[in-house]
Design a protein around this ligand. Structure first.
Ligand SMILES: [Zn+2]
Length: 711
């Protein structure tokens, strides 16, 4: 039912509050009538410091101006939304919003009067007409005035919030308000039939300040998970504490940085109850080390600058985790994901990498991964850190390091691992690393010594003799020290394919391309284009051949960087058939033959065949490539493994990341304040937290949607 109301000279037709549309009819003295439609978006309230409209004449009534009032009407053919807003100093802002003829959102405001903002709007349209602010905003609509007046006013009337000057008084009042809202909201939610719903966050706009009220403490579990998600996101996206602090300062919705730091520490502490982190020092007795301080004096790690300068005290620090603890945590996860099934052998691959931090010290890392995971092990987060130390990559230090977990290895080898469900798993061990590290942990002499090979007793000067056959065997002649991993079988030491390939790619490419250029015409016409096309296809778009300026009619090519070569080698497929492995072996040998072929014929004559290198120039990498890789390919294929899984690039990536994050002067570890842990302990904590996210399936995002109730 529509009501009719009248004040001085306007008639209102409405069914408020059932409908938010109000129509008014205005009669001129001549009898001509105008109508205006209002759509009420927000009723608004009369605040305690209410302002009244400026009177234009003595007889005109003084209407009060509501706060937070929002009404839609039309003016000069435009749909406009009129708003009022009281600011903290009590002045009223009158705002008009509309879409212009281009459909672009526009707004103007006026701090003086409603008529003023109307006038501003008309001036923008170049109109000389005027509009009464009272009529435009509908301050005189009786049903709205009545509705505002009927809003209950508390009996013991409080001071206006804005009149409160001390922050503690303000906070006290906000808390009272929060309680009231919480109580009232329970009734409203029930009326709207919302189950399992709570208000967890309210944002108030008080003048020009945003005040957030967090009601979520009633749900500790929700808060904890939310914080876990943030801690995890910071760890995964490598957001340092400072970075997060900046973000949180901008967005009041983000958890405070100290809360996140506290939660991070809680997670780290909890994880140390499951997987303790042990700290020690790796020092050689016969070396004069001026380590007169206690072994835990690392409090000034954050002074490590971007040049990674380390003091003597930091060399030799070491942190490690127990392999059995790691297995205890990981096996249930592997079982749940069916990566491990009863009856499987656990294939553990150990790896290592030394990343140079200064010209004196390296950050040396031992990792393990589960080869049963397949190609997943190529991701750095599937390589689990066992031990880290800062110091040289040298046998004596590696020996001390490995001694920290060699007892565990022995017992795992002999008795297997008994998990929480009382299942016994047998374990196979593998090792892979770059040449230097492999030679060191195997106790062998360096790659430039006479008996250089990691896998056989081939002497240096027989490297080019292709009539000899070298099978994987123990290199007793090259031994300098006892092997640090005696439990790992001979053919379980797998060369890192990428390292081998990288070292010989340059030579390979040079040989290949030079060979193709023997027929320069054919090269120019077809081969060059083919190769360039293929390089484009695999993503090396900048690769091209160009005519050499120095070498006459010869061609040069864009030299490839390390990462480029990796891209190229990724297309080196690993899943070979037996026949393919056989032909690989033949081809590799042919290639070496070609490589060693002496120069035949007169220089510069057409019949000249270029020889490239002497047999003694065959590098250790080429020897491995030709004599051992085919055998490894066969053996691994037999076990359902492939060489790619032994790539150390994921370990190198991890190591590089650690150095960048924790030695680069960021505050990633979260431990620079009030904790005297070493930087290595922080890295291990970081690693432990990765396992926490894995165990708890920490979500990578929070389900959230934001509905705007006001247009
Ligand atoms: Zn060999």
């Amino acid at each position: 039912m529509d009501n009719m109301e009248q004040n001085s000279n306007r008639t209102f037709i409405h069914d408020y509050p059932n409908s938010n549309i109000i129509t008014t009819i205005y009669y001129e003295s001549g009898g001509k009538s105008h109508s205006r439609k209002y759509i009420i978006h927000s009723l608004g309230i009369y605040p305690s410091n209410v302002k009244k409209i400026k009177r234009t004449s003595k007889n005109c009534p003084e209407y009060e101006i509501p706060d937070n009032y929002k009404v839609e009407t039309t003016l000069e053919g435009y749909d406009i939304i009129c708003e009022t807003n009281y600011s903290s100093n009590g002045t009223v802002k009158f705002i008009l919003n509309w879409k212009d003829s281009q459909g672009i959102d526009r707004y103007i405001s006026n701090n003086n009067s409603a008529s003023g903002v109307g006038k501003d709007f008309l001036m923008l349209l170049n109109k000389k007409t005027r509009i009464s602010g009272t009529i435009l905003f509908g301050f005189d609509i009786p049903c709205l005035i009545e509705a505002r007046k009927s809003i209950l006013i508390p009996i013991n009337r409080k001071n206006s919030f804005t009149a409160l000057t001390s922050r503690s008084q303000q906070n006290k009042r906000i808390k009272l308000l929060a309680k009231d809202i919480e109580r009232a909201s329970q009734i409203i939610l029930k009326q709207q039939n919302f189950d399992n719903t709570k208000i967890r966050y309210i944002e108030l706009e008080i003048g020009d300040e945003i005040v957030g009220i967090d009601l979520s403490k009633v749900n500790l579990d929700f808060t904890r998970i939310r914080q876990d998600v943030v801690v995890c996101a910071c760890d995964e996206a490598l957001i340092p504490r400072d970075g997060y602090r900046h973000l949180a300062a901008i967005s009041p919705n983000l958890e405070r940085e100290y809360q996140i730091s506290n939660r991070r520490n809680e997670i780290s502490k909890y994880m140390e109850t499951i997987i303790p982190i042990y700290n020690c020092k790796i020092e050689l007795d016969n070396v004069q080390n001026n380590s007169n301080n206690s072994s835990n004096n690392f409090s000034n790690n954050n002074s490590v600058n971007s040049n990674f300068s380390l003091t003597n005290d930091q060399s030799g620090i070491c942190s490690y985790r127990s392999i059995k603890d790691l297995l205890n945590t990981l096996i249930p996860i592997w079982k749940k994901k069916s990566i491990l099934n009863i009856g499987d052998n656990i294939k553990l691959k150990f790896g290592g990498d030394g990343h140079i931090v200064t010209n004196k010290y390296s950050h040396v890392m031992f990792t393990m991964c589960l080869l049963n995971e397949g190609d997943e092990v190529l991701k750095p987060d599937k390589q689990y850190c066992i031990l880290l130390y800062i110091g040289k990559e040298q046998y004596e230090k590696l020996s001390i390091a490995v001694s920290k977990f060699s007892n565990e290895l022995d017992s795992l080898k002999s008795a297997g691992f008994i998990d929480q469900d009382n299942i016994t798993w047998s374990i196979e061990f593998y090792f892979s690393g770059d040449w230097k590290l492999m030679a060191l942990v195997k106790g062998l002499k360096a790659a430039n010594s006479k008996y250089f090979c990691l896998f056989c007793e081939c002497p240096k000067d027989s490297r080019g003799n292709l009539n000899l056959q070298w099978n994987i065997s123990e290199n007793k002649k090259g031994i300098e020290h006892p092997s640090l991993f005696p439990i790992i079988e001979l053919d379980h030491w797998i060369p890192d394919e990428l390292h081998v390939m990288l070292r010989i790619t340059d030579v390979l490419m040079d040989c290949l391309f030079r060979d193709l250029m023997i027929d320069l015409n054919e090269f120019k016409k077809a081969t060059k284009i083919l190769i360039e096309k293929e390089m484009q296809r695999i993503g090396l778009t900048h690769f091209q051949f160009f005519e050499s300026k120095s070498k006459g009619k010869s061609w040069d090519w864009t030299s490839l960087t390390g990462p480029d070569k990796l891209i190229m080698l990724q297309h080196f497929d690993d899943s070979f058939t037996d026949a393919e492995i056989d032909s690989f072996e033949v081809n590799a040998k042919n290639w070496i033959k070609l490589f060693c072929e002496p120069t035949i014929g007169k220089s510069n004559s057409i019949n000249q065949k270029r020889g490239m290198f002497n047999p003694t120039d065959i590098t250790p990498y080429m020897h491995i490539f030709v004599f051992h890789i085919p055998e490894f390919l066969r053996k691994l294929q037999h076990k359902g493994l492939n060489m790619r899984q032994f790539s150390t690039s994921s370990i190198e990536k991890k190591n590089h990341l650690h150095v960048k994050l924790f030695f680069g002067g960021t505050t990633m570890g979260g431990g620079n304040n009030n904790n005297n842990h070493s930087v290595l302990h922080d890295i291990m904590s970081f690693e432990n937290r990765q396992l926490y996210y894995l165990i708890n399936d920490t979500p990578r995002c929070i389900k959230q949607r934001i509905i705007r109730s006001n247009p």
